[in-house]
Design a protein around this ligand. Structure first.
Ligand SMILES: Nc1ncnc2c1ncn2[C@@H]1O[C@H](COP(=O)(O)OP(=O)(O)OP(=O)(O)O)[C@@H](O)[C@H]1O
Length: 353
């Protein structure tokens, strides 16, 4: 199931011109306030009719200005989740979930409530739930309407850090188990790094970059500030702990160690390594305090300024960018294809918010 969008719309002085494709998985629409994310959301949901363009879901046209076609929101099979849960306060959780679910309720509710961890809340009213629980019920209600596509507009931004941390694993589960594509609007890069498979970067009404998350975050192109560029790697916890450090394995089996408290005990998750925290050595360094020294191959060198260079390294089964000084790059005589060692000063869990 793929959503294809190519629209233009103006409000007074604001002009939106957006074209991108949202494939299976989570496509995050990321950009500063006022960049046009919510306008795109409304156009996809059918709440706004763009001036020009088209929107297609797996070949079915939802909107086409040239053909004069605009399918009504209720016929688009879009499930919507907003910043606020928007539950009916006088109805129980079960009644809220039943709303809009029709005959599908008894067949799908047990699986969806289990997936979102809300089965024990069915008899309560929304007022007796935490913000995170209310938002999980709102997601359950959207899923029970049997959508072909889920639209989520900053679903965590009204929650505090503790509630956000509580709900993120449920969203990961939704991404991995629900099997429907999700468009996820956010201006939190930590959230996006943790959840997204595809990243669409917006600025001033334009798409300034779009592609697979790992590629977009390791790129030095426009849109992301340099401080944010870095690797996002899949790791698995082995259960091994030594000296207060937990062992994780990168996808090619290379071990990497993280302080015990900052890594989950088990399972697979994403690890973020900022490019500014990666050093390069030609030989295995001796007497160094850094924990993680990974064999690597130089893929490319991109000058960032007179003083700095971004080196893309192949290491640990992925690509790890390193931001080093031009002077060091020259001193090490680095070039594509060279075998080196990447020294990771610090790594953090992606989405540690
Ligand atoms: N109905 C409207 N009438 C006039 N201008 C509008 C309307 N809706 C949005 N705008 C303007 O369009 C621009 C883009 O707004 P939009 O809400 O799409 O941005 P956003 O990226 O979602 O921002 P935020 O992250 O703050 O929600 C803004 O300048 C906004 O003021």
């Amino acid at each position: 199931m793929t959503l294809e969008i190519d629209i233009r719309h103006s409000f007074g002085g604001f002009h939106l011109e957006a074209a991108f494709t949202a494939p299976a998985g989570v496509t995050a629409l990321f950009g500063p306030s006022g960049s046009g994310k919510s306008t795109i959301f409304q156009a996809i949901a059918g709440l706004l009719r763009p001036d020009e363009g088209h929107i297609r879901l797996e070949g079915a046209t939802l909107f086409d200005s040239a053909a004069g076609l605009h399918i009504a929101p209720r016929n688009r099979r879009m499930g919507c989740v907003f910043q606020e849960p928007r539950l009916f306060p006088h109805l129980s959780v079960a009644q809220n979930l039943r709303y809009g679910a029709g005959e599908n309720f008894s067949r799908s509710a047990p699986r969806i409530c289990g997936m979102l961890g809300i089965s024990h809340l069915l008899d309560r009213r929304p007022g007796a739930l935490s913000g995170g629980e209310q938002q999980r019920v709102a997601i359950g209600r959207a899923l029970l309407s049997q959508p072909a596509f889920l639209l989520m507009d900053e679903p965590l931004s009204a929650l505090d850090a503790a509630r956000r941390a509580e709900i993120l694993p449920w969203l990961e589960r939704l991404r991995d188990e629900a099997g429907l594509p999700i468009l996820y609007i956010s201006h939190s890069l930590a959230e996006v790094t943790r959840l997204a498979t595809t990243l669409v970067l917006m600025a001033e009404g334009r798409v300034i970059g779009a592609g697979p998350l790992e590629e977009m975050l390791s790129d030095v192109g426009p849109g992301l500030s340099l401080d944010r560029a870095g690797a996002v790697l899949q790791v698995t916890a082995t259960g091994e702990i030594r000296d207060g450090l937990r062992e994780l394995r990168l996808s090619d089996g290379t071990p990497i160690w993280l302080p015990e408290a900052s890594a989950p005990k088990a399972g697979a998750f994403r690890l973020q390594i900022p490019a500014r925290d990666v050093m390069i050595a030609r030989e295995v360094p001796q007497g160094l305090s850094a924990l993680n020294i990974l064999p690597a191959k130089v893929l490319s060198l991109t000058p960032l300024s007179e003083a700095e260079v971004m080196i893309r390294l192949e290491a640990g089964g992925g690509v790890i960018p390193a931001r080093i000084t031009a002077r060091s790059a020259a001193a090490l005589d680095l070039g594509p294809g060279q075998q080196v060692f990447a020294i990771v000063k610090s790594a953090s869990l992606a989405g540690g918010i």
